[in-house]
Design a protein around this ligand. Structure first.
Ligand SMILES: [Ca+2]
Ligand SMILES: [Ca+2]
Length: 334
């Protein structure tokens, strides 16, 4: 009897029809699925936040290390100034810093003498323009843009023969005007009429943008630049001279121009020197997954005081060009 009453009791309770049970099951599965998706998204977000925070910390550390390398470069250059009055490629400052292990990565650094390159801002001087013409020819770049470069730098707006002033640039889309002052950076060359990306890609390794009167250091200049200082010089002779120079640098410009290979070539001492004031530091820091490059231009006064006059974080000039060359040559594309 008890069993029958109990059985009757159960049969009195409401029961879900078959379809209702299916809906309940699907709802339960959906709730579990949504909960899983939310949990996964939260984990992803947390991982992302953690990674982003780590990257920010790595970047701050990398900047600190890069500035440390800049400080090291300044100390090396100051020490060098006390040792002698000339600069050449076998001095301590000129050696590349081998990868130096740091906590979580490594750092490398290299100093280059910017006076071992042709100073674009000296091109208003006819002698320097001649030398730059020969340098362009030596690296197979058409020197036809040099009058336009002179117009770009000179203060007036009078267009010289084969030159270009505002009239040429304001017709472009987008329009712009000639700078009428010295180049602040060599990448400005890309805005000058007649300079193609290909030309720039070649020239960037041979030129600098320093104050107009800054000379070329014959102890650090490349063979091609030395060869361009005057006419009809035999390249193998220059190569031999450079090998000797690297061990026995010139302590005076007189000694350089008196070299036998220049006999009868009317080489002038103008814009030549044996010591340098402008250097380019390139420091690369690899920390975590965040590589960082710092390029700094350092000025060293005659008494050895170092001043940072330009600082750039990010890709090198070469990297910048490959990333944005189309934008940089929005003006003249030849
Ligand atoms: Ca020195
Ligand atoms: Ca001008």
């Amino acid at each position: 009897m008890k069993f029958a009453a109990c059985s009757r009791l159960r049969s009195d309770q409401p029961t879900l029809p078959g379809r209702g049970r299916g809906v309940a099951l699907i709802t339960a599965v959906l709730v579990v699925a949504i909960a899983s998706i939310i949990a996964t998204a939260m984990m992803k977000r947390q991982n992302f936040d953690t990674q982003r925070t780590a990257n920010i910390i790595y970047r701050d550390q990398a900047i600190a290390y890069a500035l440390g390398a800049e400080h090291w470069a300044g100390i090396e250059l100051s020490k060098d100034a006390k040792q002698n009055n000339y600069d050449y490629l076998k001095e301590n400052w000129a050696y590349e810093l081998p990868p130096l292990p740091i906590d979580g990565g490594y750092i490398t650094g290299q100093l280059q003498d910017l006076q071992g390159r042709f100073n674009l801002n000296s091109v208003l001087d006819p002698l320097q323009a001649e030398r730059f013409t020969r340098l362009c020819q030596a690296v197979n770049v058409d020197p036809g843009f040099i009058p336009a470069l002179q117009d770009w730098i000179d203060e007036d707006t009078e267009e010289r023969v084969n030159g270009a002033e505002d009239e040429s640039y304001t017709l472009l889309n987008p329009p712009y005007r000639a700078a009428n002052r010295g180049l602040a950076d060599i990448s400005e060359l890309l805005l000058v009429k007649g300079v193609s990306v290909q030309d720039y890609n070649v020239l960037m390794f041979y030129v600098s943008a320093l104050p107009g009167g800054v000379e070329i250091n014959v102890n650090t200049a490349s063979p091609l630049l030395l060869q361009s200082l005057t006419y009809d010089v035999n390249p193998p002779d220059i190569e031999s001279m450079v090998v000797a120079r690297d061990d026995n640098p010139y302590q005076d410009v007189d000694n350089f121009v008196e070299e036998k290979i220049f006999a009868g070539k009317e080489i002038k001492e103008d814009y030549l020197t044996v010591s340098s004031q402008y250097f380019l530091l390139t420091a690369n820091v690899m920390l975590g997954n965040a590589p960082l490059t710092l390029q700094s231009v350092l000025y060293r006064s005659p008494t050895g005081i170092i001043t940072v006059i330009q600082r750039r974080f990010g890709p090198t000039r070469e990297g910048i060009l490959t990333q944005t060359d189309n934008n940089l040559v929005a003006g003249y594309q030849n």
